[in-house]
Write a protein that binds this ligand. Sequence first.
Ligand code: ADP
Ligand code: MG
Length: 251
Amino acid sequence: MTVPSAPGSAPLLTIEGLRKSYGDLLVLDGIDLTVERGQVLAVVGPSGCGKSTLLRCVNGLEATQGGTIRLGTQTITDPGTSWSRVRQRVGMVFQDYELFSHLTVLDNILLAPRAVQRRRRSEAAAEAEELLRRVGLHDKRDAYPRQLSGGQKQRIAIVRSLILHPELMLFDEVTAALDPEMVREVLDVVAELAADGMTMLIVTHEMAFARAVADQVVLLDAGRVAERAEPEQFFTRPRSERARAFLASLD
Ligand code: ADP
Ligand code: MG
């Protein structure tokens, strides 16, 4: 669900001319991308094309070598940016998200709201329980991570982000490490967030999921946005040769 920005108001995320290299390896070579509030973008592309790097740049986990990233009107690539504050606005869940093994599910979820946002335990715990109920894991609040399946751990990782009230969620291959029978339960949670209007960038290999949930599909290739289109168009009538080659490589 895309909520069009009011005339004159900034997109939630604006990336302009973003460049990122690791040593001599140029990975992002001038990425331009905007995401409106409420929009869900699926980011796809061949392995190694820079999908994870792009998300990591948005979350300040990588230094960048050129271009700008704006969150609303705040240019987060400016020196002096408080990444702790940015990470409260931008949640990220990745493939091998690690929960703290010595903490219960509830205490894992409460860590950031307590330590970073200084929220009262009783108030944050009440919200944590509500979120656990939403992802079907309320009965696991006192369990330890080792007692959970991979799919359950990923749902807890999502709750851990949501309790900070992010404006934007980044998902990087959140189902790639899961056994097939657990993929659905995690994708269902992501789809529900999309339906609720959460703004999201979703890196995924699950093309059926991208097609069903995304408002737009973005194909990265050779460090650039090779194509951006609505899912129906992207999967059935791709405009670029790059997109045709990528789709052909999937079967
Ligand atoms: P994707 O997520 O699309 O598979 P990545 O963003 O992980 O791609 O990686 C893009 C390229 O950058 C790859 O060639 C990868 O080997 C390289 N790369 C990623 N992280 C690092 C790093 N920390 N140091 C050096 N090279 C890296
Ligand atoms: Mg990756």
